[in-house]
Design a protein around this ligand. Structure first.
Ligand code: PAF
Length: 285
């Protein structure tokens, strides 16, 4: 496995792969890798001739400086994990390598056609502008055949699908396929996340209630409760647990992310503060 720091090093490897007609799988990450990321990388290794993983804590997608400073980083541990599961190249640039000073200080402009106005986008203004900025840049640089993203960040995935569909019209990313990968959970239900590293053992236990309550809500939906009733049920049940606080729970259409009228093609997306740590999760109905 080779670690590439500069865009030039990356482009040399990508060009060599393209010359040899190899298919390329890309797994974009911000590091602090766990088994959820590993599941994406393993799939990319199996489905493509070559697997590139980017490890880059993208400053332009953090609307909170403290969150950026506290984001866990451990490139040595990440590299060991990636090597052990067969990744071929790790692209780990510095912010200066990725962006000009001007790009770092201005919000990337992009028309989300409303997908950024709800849930994470509403709570974290500018967040998805930074995500689209970095992901589209990685797509240009790596020219992947397939790119792998986890369903835990469901809104991000919907936005990336929209971006690629739209760019296909303009033939920007060629025949790129976005591969949706299911959430990986601990045995107790907690969705794996780099942010879990910041939870105490007691907080980790508390956080397992999130998925338990989401699962219970699917049973209530089957019994005929309305969307609004389930939104309230989930929010109240999580807030009733000392140490957990819901920021939002919204049941939306999986494609448009607009409020769901019923449970057809619906997904419930939740953000919960567990102590100081902001966790997200979701469940399909
Ligand atoms: O999901 C993430 O880890 C990030 O948002 C991504 C897609 C790697 C872009 O920085």
């Amino acid at each position: 496995m080779q670690i590439l720091i500069t865009k030039q090093e990356l482009l040399q490897q990508v060009e060599a792969c393209k010359r040899q007609g190899k298919t390329i799988g890309l797994v974009p990450t911000m590091g602090a890798l766990h088994q959820g990321h590993a599941s994406l990388v393993k799939r990319a290794v199996v489905e493509n001739d070559v697997c590139f993983v980017s490890v880059f804590v993208n400053p332009t997608q953090f609307n909170n400086k403290e969150d950026l400073a506290k984001y866990p980083r451990n490139i040595e541990r990440d590299a060991k994990l990636l090597e052990s599961i067969g990744a071929h190249f790790v692209f780990a640039p510095t912010p200066e390598e990725m962006y000009t000073a001007e790009e770092m200080n201005t919000t990337f402009q992009y028309d989300f056609e409303g997908l950024d106005k709800v849930m994470e986008g509403k709570m974290r203004p500018g967040h998805f502008n930074g995500v689209v900025q970095v992901v589209s840049r990685l797509f240009y640089l790596v020219q992947p055949t397939r790119a792998y993203f986890g369903e835990k960040d469901f809104q991000q995935l919907a936005i990336i699908h929209q971006m690629v569909e739209r760019s296909k019209l303009k033939d920007t990313f060629g025949d790129l396929t976005i591969v949706d990968c299911p959430i990986v959970r601990q045995a107790d239900g907690l969705a794996l996340s780099s942010r879990n590293e910041r939870l105490t053992e007691a907080e980790k236990k508390l956080a397992t209630n999130i998925y338990r309550i989401l699962k219970e809500s699917v049973e209530s939906a089957k019994k005929g409760y309305s969307v609004q009733a389930i939104e309230k049920q989930v929010t109240d049940a999580i807030n009733a647990i000392d140490g957990l606080e819901v920021e939002y729970y919204e049941i939306v259409d999986q494609s448009t992310l607009m409020p769901a009228k019923d449970f057809t093609h619906a997904i419930g997306c939740v953000t919960v503060y567990c102590g100081p740590v902001r966790l997200i999760d979701n469940i399909k109905y």
